[in-house]
Design a protein around this ligand. Structure first.
Ligand SMILES: [Zn+2]
Length: 272
């Protein structure tokens, strides 16, 4: 039985934050070493923690970034392999760390949010659709309610939009991508990560609308499709020019190994 959801319900939020912080300080000491590095909390470890959940479909369909994986979570700040991949992309391929710009982050994960909101030259905004079970436990009040198919912004506002692991939950995903593109400035970048089944040539999206069947076919009860190798073609349908970056062969040196990033996981970027 997973007791985490129960604990989250009975322990008050601020107490939960303090308890988790204390526990993570303890883990930092236990796991310290030189094999791996977390750029979010600037600590080195002999190992990262296991994470994810066992998922037979993830193995069968070669769904990158799904299923249970070793060396996934940073013991100190709980950054994931996916977070560290985005960090490396931002560092190697963008001017986010050097140049003033406006960024919209939809459904922000804790470590990336914490990093970006503390860079003084960024105008960083966050939003999420607060559906049952999906409100991030560590969200602050500044993550505003937002529907990705109807963003509350005028055209041509953002230099970058980050919207990771959201589109697989959205029925009208092409409409959502068009909407993201609409609020971006020309030449702006959208980072649009989703789980991609590399064994599957075409996206499976005939949503059965039933939690068990979705779990069997798409790998999670609330995913409405399973993306495949044609994912970048789908991004093109929304009007994007698509860049696919890969840590294993993208000239990112060997840094990805130290950060424990899956070299098979691509970064999908839509350019307006
Ligand atoms: Zn960390």
């Amino acid at each position: 039985m997973n007791i985490k959801p129960v604990l989250k319900r009975v322990i008050p939020f601020q107490v939960g934050v303090k308890l988790r912080g204390g526990y993570q300080k303890f883990l930092k000491i236990i796991y310290q070493g030189n094999n791996y590095y977390c750029p979010f909390c600037d600590n080195s470890f002999r190992t990262f923690l296991k994470g994810g959940y066992p998922n037979p479909l993830a193995e069968k369909m070669e769904i990158i970034g799904a299923g249970k994986r070793s060396n996934m979570l940073c013991p100190r700040c709980y950054s994931t392999d996916r977070d560290r991949l985005i960090y490396l992309y931002l560092k190697e391929k963008t001017d986010v760390f050097d140049k003033s710009q406006r960024i919209l982050h939809i459904a922000p994960t804790g470590s990336l949010k914490h990093l970006l909101e503390n860079i003084p030259h960024l105008q960083y905004e966050t939003g999420d659709k607060y559906e049952e079970g999906y409100r991030g436990y560590y969200y602050d009040r500044d993550v505003i309610q937002m529907d990705v198919t109807a963003l509350p912004y005028d055209d041509d506002q953002f230099d970058m939009v980050i919207c990771n692991h959201v589109l697989e939950h959205v029925k009208e995903d092409i409409a959502a991508m068009k909407e993201i593109r609409r609020v971006m400035k020309k030449q702006g970048k959208a980072i649009l990560q989703v789980p991609v089944a590399m064994a599957l040539p075409e996206t499976d999206e005939d949503d059965p609308g039933n939690a068990q069947e979705r779990e069997n076919r798409f790998g999670q009860f609330d995913h409405v499709r399973l993306y495949a190798r044609d994912y970048n073609e789908r991004m093109k349908k929304a009007g994007f020019t698509v860049e696919v970056h890969n840590p294993g062969n993208d000239g990112w040196d060997k840094k990805y190994k130290k950060l424990s990033i899956n070299p098979l996981e691509n970064v999908y970027v839509g350019i307006k």
